[in-house]
Ligand binder design. Sequence first.
Ligand code: SAH
Length: 414
Amino acid sequence: MPPTPPRLRLRLTAAAETAVRSGHPWVYSDKIREQNRAGTPGELAVIYDRNDRFLAIGLYDPDSPLVVRVIHKGDPVTLNAGWWRARLKAAIDRRRPHFDDQTNGYRLINGESDGFPGLVLDRYGACLVLKIYTPAWLPCLHPAAGTAIPLEGLSLVSFLQELLQPDRIVLRMSRNLGAFRAQAPCADGGNLLGTDPAPSVVFLEDGLRFESDVVQGQKTGFFLDQRDNRRRIGALAGRGEVLNVFSFSGGFSVHAARGGARSVTDLDMSPHALASARRNFALNRDHPRVAAATHHQVQADAFEWLSSAPREAYDTVILDPPSLAKRETERAGAIQAYHRLTRLGMDRVRSGGMLLTASCSAHVSEEEFFDAVRTSLRSTGRRWTELEITSHAPDHPAGFTEARYLKALYARVS
Ligand code: SAH
């Protein structure tokens, strides 16, 4: 047996040290000032402060610019199976007050903000979807029997079996894992537990049935972060006509239909998304108001279609585009796009109607987004009042600035 190497020890620049001390979970590679040896992906790195006191412990990922993701800061702790199990249980328990048996699709672990940086766990009924954004978690999925268990006792699959008794656990791996994906116990979209190969799973959101493409869909198959906004639209859309722009699998539309909307129109450029929305309507046909609503679909580029669509033709317009700034360099362009989109959406709202406009671009701040929306709404010359500003649903806690990506504004047009 080769001797166990000494624990990986790091010291950071003063600014990075302050950030970690105040709770920021990310350390970038250019912030490392000292390191006792080279590290391997997924090992634990201990960060010491300038006075040689323990500051934090984190997951080391030498191939990423985000070289350490902090899992604990403050007093030194002994990481062992019991510590990990308690952390996992705390994340699960935190969700309990928010959900009843009418909603069995929600996030159980929201990465850094639940103490599992770069890892997301979503529940769709009896199916769990585990998505990892760093190879650092790979060794904890199924630690090989007889070998030292990485991360001091964390064995994710067995803990999840014990705490949640799922029928199936699907593994999803972010593209940035690159060649590390080959080291996973199964392919992307494969099962870590169970044998059911079905690509989509049906779950409940407020008593409505939806499918999630857990094997190939974006994120883990459904945009759980918008649940509370979908709920609000269900309550606010009334008997009106609704235009759901960037509709994906029709979440907002089905909620609006159940709320009583007389017609709903999905607009998306993806035929797969539109087909999924048709299936989601069909799944809820037993609901008289969903069955009674007229369901239209348009497959088009949203910006183009909206530019030539009839003016003031809808009572509710929902704008929920994908992230328009995937990187910092796209920020200015995204802000321009939000200006344009808000204007295009507002022009389609009837007097007395409502506009919901949302952004999930992490690189566009709340202030920049709301500024763009308000400036754009003012430029229409119409009268409007702000009803509400909202953010993520409570199963998506956001413990630091970069995690607060979702923002939405409801405007009533008079
Ligand atoms: N509102 C949805 C999530 C939207 S995801 C929900 O609550 O579930 C973003 C959607 O926008 C995707 O379905 C994608 O196909 C679509 N999309 C992306 N760019 C588009 C464009 N330029 N025009 C129309 N749809 C687009």
